[in-house]
Design a protein around this ligand. Structure first.
Ligand code: FUB
Length: 321
């Protein structure tokens, strides 16, 4: 089936789709043409605010409303620039936006902002999450109410500067048959303000129980997402420079996860980034591409298409058309 462009009025990317109170809320990052040149560290992605898109109905057909700006970098004391991917989780009637941005030393951290409604406005904490680093948070609430954040991204996302949750003196990007840099997962505190534990590696194993090596085109790069289907934990992610969305399945939120396959073939544009959500009993893949901007990689457009599983719970590989 053809994908739908969700919001042709503006360039947005990295959609995090969440259903709150029976309605769909999409929290994207917000692209604009800052005039910065393209570089391998994503310097061209100079995003400075977030909006939320609201949909009441089937995301393939229902009206998509821009419910307004929910946070601006101007209102985040610790952040200077590059408001990259974010996600929102609800707890006890409050909404927590977890987002990535660069501080005044050019270092990415994760921040928290809180609202009384999914539409915001969100008020940012004065400091980032203690001990946080890198980009692309996905917040996942498990059935027992525990909330986990998955995060990390290599190259411009700075994950290669960290080992065992400490900053390195020199970056290290694994090569060849070395273990790749993994996404990280940490449970959040009951008040959804801090890590409740040191982040752990999200290990992706092949069918023989060995970690996918650094030179495997299906290894993790950025854009972590977690969803649950039939009691199993589906960890999905972007492979960055090989331009795929892939997934792996585990028995618990920490993994390890066993690699399963490709969700989405490469889209037009360098980045590929997604979320997966069940809306009204059907599953959807939210993602972006650069077709409307004529392949200007920093001007991305949001899309949605139905996602299907086979009888064994495998996601059927898609092409975004
Ligand atoms: O939108 C900026 C960055 O591009 C995101 O953080 C990455 O996942 C990639 O989509």
């Amino acid at each position: 089936m053809k994908a739908r462009y969700l919001f042709p009025e503006d360039y947005m990317a990295d959609p995090s789709a969440n259903v709150f109170n029976g309605k769909l809320y999409i929290y994207p990052s917000h692209d604009w043409d800052s005039g910065e040149c393209f570089d391998d560290d994503g310097g061209h992605f100079q995003m400075k605010d977030y909006h939320v898109l609201c949909i009441d109905g089937d995301p393939m057909t229902a009206e998509v409303k821009d419910c307004g700006k929910i946070l601006d970098v101007e209102n985040v004391a610790w952040a200077e620039k590059q408001m990259w991917d974010n996600d929102v989780v609800e707890k006890n009637g409050k909404y927590y936006l977890i987002f990535s941005a660069k501080d005044y030393n050019g270092v990415f951290h994760l921040g928290v902002a809180v609202a009384d409604k999914p539409e915001g406005p969100f008020i940012a904490n004065p400091d980032p999450i203690r001990g946080s680093y890198s980009i692309d948070p996905c917040v996942f609430k498990d059935d027992d109410g525990s909330i986990y954040v998955y995060f990390g991204g290599i190259w411009g996302g700075q994950l290669q500067w960290y080992k065992d949750n400490k900053a390195l003196k020199c970056e290290h990007l694994p090569e060849g048959k070395e273990d790749p840099l993994p996404s990280r997962v940490a449970k959040l505190t009951d008040d959804v303000q801090q890590f409740a534990e040191m982040p752990k590696a999200v290990v992706i194993l092949d069918e023989n129980g060995k970690p996918l090596p650094a030179d495997d085109p299906h290894r993790f790069f950025e854009a972590s997402w977690m969803h649950k289907y039939n009691g199993k934990y589906y960890f999905s992610y972007s492979t960055g420079d090989s331009h795929l969305l892939c997934y792996a399945i585990g028995d618990n939120p920490y993994g390890p996860f066993t690699y399963q396959g490709v969700i989405l073939e490469p889209v037009v544009g360098w980045t590929t980034h997604h979320s997966i959500a069940e809306v009204g009993g059907k599953w959807y893949l939210f993602h972006h591409d650069c077709v409307p901007s004529n392949d200007t990689t920093w001007l991305r457009s949001l899309k949605v298409m139905p996602l299907e599983y086979d009888e064994n719970g495998k996601i059927i590989t898609m092409k975004s058309e």
